[in-house]
Write a protein that binds this ligand. Structure first.
Ligand code: UTP
Length: 295
């Protein structure tokens, strides 16, 4: 089960980040010095993916432009002796082979993945949500690919979330298989009170067999009136073996303000240029807040 292709659904409306996302795609918001989507593409490339399909919509053409060459800008940078900057912007366009397809109507994540059926064909493929950014030693997608290859089946990325948070995710019914790998028996999308299987939530990364497309083709709209990927995965895990990997690393949902700001601070602290002064800024700020609390 060699996984060579990845799909990045990025056609959501980004309503949780308005008004910033009224005209700028949420995937193009900068995390320190790179747009969110670049972190996702870099993770896929680091996991050995060769071809990526980004599912976009009519308001998201900034992404196509970003992963293209910009000869005029490169020439200007080279002429002013900025070789490093010119190489940096060229590197964005050479990370992977990137293709695009439009989701003409915002009908849900399941529908966005279904738009990739011609690109994928019969191979197993990865799905990385375009606003979920991971920070880990081993790329999270590589952890999933390795489990998927070992067991020859689909695989979802999971971590345990707080009781109060599980209603925002898909809850998994699992049994232990091997270390951080579990067998998936069932799942439900955004469980209400008393409906969750466990606190193991699906978090933004998947490796799927192409059987998902036949299922998606006939999956009716579910939660929120959208075609839900989870509803199709629920059927897939009954038909075929599916495993879940409790991945090592931290996941940030940059599609909401809290996740976006946490990711910004964590990545900025790690960044060579911003790390030292940001650390000092945070320490000064903390001292100031503590002083204000006392007085
Ligand atoms: P989200 O629910 O996180 O994204 O979807 P959203 O719809 O943009 O969020 P709001 O409006 O702030 O609530 C999860 C992923 O599925 C993609 C999104 O782009 C995101 O990567 N998606 C969602 C699609 O590609 N198409 C859709 O119709 C819905």
């Amino acid at each position: 089960m060699k996984v060579r292709k990845a799909v990045i659904p990025a056609a959501g409306l980004g309503t949780r980040m308005l008004p910033a996302t009224k005209t700028v795609p949420k995937e193009m918001l900068p995390l320190v010095d790179k747009p969110v989507i670049q972190y996702v593409v870099e993770e896929a490339a680091a996991a050995g993916i060769e071809d990526i399909l980004i599912v976009t919509n009519r308001a998201k053409s900034a992404m196509d432009d970003y992963f293209d060459y910009h000869p005029e800008l490169e020439e200007r940078l080279l002429r002013s002796g900025k070789e490093q900057e010119a190489a940096t912007i060229r590197r964005c366009a050479d990370l992977c082979n990137i293709f695009y397809v439009r989701q003409k109507e915002t009908k849900g994540l399941g529908h966005a993945v279904w738009r990739a059926r011609n690109f994928v064909g019969k191979e197993p493929f990865a799905v990385l949500l375009g606003d979920d950014v991971m920070k880990s030693k081993t790329p999270v997608l590589a952890q999933l690919i390795s489990a998927s290859e070992k067991y020859g089946c689909s695989c979802v990325g999971t971590q345990q979330v707080e009781d109060s948070q599980i209603s925002k995710y898909s809850s998994l019914k699992l049994s232990p298989l091997d270390g951080r790998i579990y067998t998936v028996h069932d799942m439900n999308e955004k469980p209400g009170p008393g409906e969750k299987f466990s606190n193991f939530a699906i978090l933004g990364r998947y490796v799927l067999t192409s059987s998902i497309f036949d299922i998606l083709e006939r999956t009716p709209p579910g939660h929120g009136g959208e075609i839900q990927l989870t509803d199709a995965l629920k059927e897939l895990c009954r038909k075929e073996r599916m495993v879940a990997v409790e991945f090592e690393g931290r996941r940030y949902d940059t599609g909401n303000l809290k996740g976006f700001l946490e990711a910004t601070i964590d990545f900025a602290l790690e960044n060579e240029e911003s790390g030292p002064w940001l650390r000092q800024f945070i320490l000064d700020k903390a001292a100031e807040l503590a002083y204000n609390c006392r007085s």
